[in-house]
Design a protein around this ligand. Structure first.
Ligand SMILES: C[S@@+](CC[C@H](N)C(=O)[O-])C[C@H]1O[C@@H](n2cnc3c(N)ncnc32)[C@H](O)[C@@H]1O
Length: 332
């Protein structure tokens, strides 16, 4: 199964030609999974307590990125997967078997095993840039807010929030090795031993199992961020259920994604259809990048109870062409 991302952004560290090959870890046990379709495995959520950075950082190439006044010092992900393939010491430090499975099969992700978090995808840059330049224009703020980034990978958007005064920032990814090798390291590098790091927690596992943990711990967030996470339409229900489970009443969600993901089936339109059918969140397209495969940022908010089931979620208009904040009339 393959789909093309058509990366054109010079900032993108992703496979620029954009042919993203996807292996399905469930191929072999299709029968036992017949009741789950190709959904990502319901991997239990574990909290990462230990920081592996010191041993790992010295092996990595680092770089800096600026978003307005905010400087992020991060791991250069361009060779990270190759490093996992070649570095035997690293393989002893971490369980890299899932990433290796993808690299060895020349895939960008292996569904249900490694979900692509060791690269920084285009929409993560879009979302971080958006937070830095356009959020205030919508009268939305970050300061003193609790933030969760779902499917965070390198975690740039949440890291930006951490450095912009968020009181609590939680990073969540399917793969523990991504959090250890990349996310935690980015936080440590970017916070330079300040107490900011103490505001962070890291959770690995499937979205469906995060709801169990958040229920137990009564975790609720003002802001949920997520980029490039709707490529697999089989996962829409668990992502949506998690939004509902952990978003505060007056909170908001920013979801950045491409309009469609070749060969996999996920798309903005499909996701919005799902959101509309559930009748719980309103949606607004707040940013559009029209070049190549169009990319969008959606703002989702809870519908007032008496509006639920009346107002469908709606998405980008076909004729939007530039990068701008939109208040299009078809947007609820
Ligand atoms: C294409 S990567 C995008 C990473 C990052 N957000 C970015 O844009 O650079 C998709 C991310 O979503 C996470 N993900 C995918 N399916 C998931 C699931 N069912 N539960 C938890 N995380 C998932 C993966 O671990 C991966 O980091």
């Amino acid at each position: 199964m393959s789909f093309a991302f058509n990366f054109e952004d010079p900032n993108s560290e992703c496979s620029v030609e954009g042919s993203l090959r996807v292996e399905n870890a469930h191929k072999k046990d299709q029968e036992s999974l017949s009741d789950h379709g190709s959904q990502t495995k319901r991997k239990p959520t574990v909290e990462m307590k230990e920081f592996y950075g010191e041993e790992i950082v010295k092996k990595l190439t680092l770089k800096s990125l600026e978003f307005g006044d905010c400087m992020l010092r991060i791991v250069d992900t361009s060779c990270l997967e190759q490093m996992v393939l070649n570095d035997k010491e690293l393989q002893k430090l971490l369980d890299t078997s899932h990433v290796l499975q993808a690299v060895c099969s020349h895939s960008d992700l292996v569904s249900g095993s490694y979900e692509g978090g060791l690269k920084i995808w285009e929409c993560a840059f879009d979302l971080t840039e958006f937070l830095s330049t356009k959020l205030q224009g919508l009268s939305l703020g970050i300061k003193d807010k609790s933030v969760l980034e779902l499917g965070c990978g390198a975690g740039l958007p949440a890291l930006f929030c951490l450095k912009s005064g968020a009181k609590q920032v939680h990073f969540q990814d399917y793969n523990e090795e991504v959090l250890k090798l990349l996310t935690c390291v980015n936080v440590r590098l970017s916070t330079e031993n300040t107490d900011l790091e103490e505001r962070c927690r890291y959770f690995a596992g499937d979205w469906s199992s995060f709801s169990d943990l958040s229920d137990r711990e009564k975790l609720k967030y003002d802001i949920i961020l997520t980029a490039e996470t709707i490529y697999n339409e089989e996962n829409y229900s668990k992502l949506h259920a998690l939004f509902d489970a952990v978003l505060k009443e007056n909170g908001f969600i920013l979801l950045a994604a491409k309009s469609y993901y070749f060969g996999v089936g996920g798309s903005i339109e499909g996701f919005l259809e799902y959101v509309g059918s559930m009748g719980m969140f309103s949606s607004e397209t707040v940013h559009t990048v029209a070049k190549g495969v169009p990319r969008y940022i959606l703002l989702l908010k809870r519908m007032e109870k008496n509006h639920q089931e009346e107002v469908p979620a709606s998405g980008p208009e076909d004729n939007q062409t530039d990068s701008s904040v939109t208040t299009s009339s078809n947007i609820t």
